[in-house]
Design a protein around this ligand. Structure first.
Ligand SMILES: [Zn+2]
Length: 229
């Protein structure tokens, strides 16, 4: 098997084998690595191709695709990939953001906590299930609360690593809200850690981004107090 990477050295990436990258969840970039021609193919065509390729995987595994229960699986998986769990790869699905003037002059932090999301690990293609907590301090602009949720869902619906997901959400918030004063905390369970590999069912992974005024010990403490209550 041949994998394209930018700094490849004898099948290794920065000295790590593909095996080590997968099990230790190392990643290479804060942008989702996409091909330049990622959207040349229509969604209908993508679904057709994925369905054919997925039925081949099932066939190689020895499954009988003429069975009534399995027959429709390749089409279902293809539709689910393109329209649902990986729909965040397509910039067309990015939520539209309407900004409002901060008429109330509320200039303290706003915290939206426990935003549940489902993503998928890009190393194993099995689920990451977690909660995101978001805080920002208005620069004069505010967005609807449901938009914070939608930003999380958009970036979660990609093959992901948790660090990148955290940063992509933070960057989007900074751009949309026109402020550096943004915090993102993600606490998630990786099924590739619990259902396979090391098979640890209790651990969760926490990643954080503290920008601007949030990058300060007392602000972090204040934020943690809100999250613990
Ligand atoms: Zn994984």
């Amino acid at each position: 098997m041949h994998t394209e990477t930018t700094s490849k050295d004898n099948g290794q990436l920065n000295g790590f084998t593909n095996e080590a990258i997968g099990d230790d969840h190392l990643f290479t970039s804060l942008d989702t690595p996409m091909k330049a021609n990622a959207f040349d193919m229509s969604n209908d065509e993508k679904k057709k191709r994925i369905s054919i390729l997925f039925s081949e995987i099932m066939d190689v595994m020895g499954l009988d695709l003429t069975d009534d229960s399995l027959q429709g699986t390749p089409d279902r998986v293809a539709k689910m990939y393109v329209e649902e769990i990986f729909s965040g790869l397509d910039p067309k699905n990015k939520p539209k953001m309407a900004l409002f003037e901060n008429k109330y002059q509320y200039n303290q932090m706003l915290v939206e906590k426990n935003i549940t999301f489902y993503s998928n690990c890009e190393h194993h293609f099995v689920p990451i299930i977690g909660k995101a907590h978001i805080a920002y301090k208005s620069s004069g602009k505010v967005i609807g609360l449901s938009k914070l949720n939608r930003i999380v869902q958009y970036y979660a619906k990609r093959p992901q690593v948790q660090e990148r997901l955290t940063n992509q959400i933070a960057n989007e918030l900074k751009t949309v809200l026109e402020t550096e004063d943004v915090a993102v905390i993600i606490d998630a369970k990786h099924l590739c850690v619990s259902s396979r590999g090391i098979q640890d069912d209790t651990s969760t992974t926490v990643t954080t981004y503290y920008g601007g005024e949030f990058n300060n010990a007392s602000k972090i403490l204040e934020l943690q107090n809100y999250l613990n209550n």
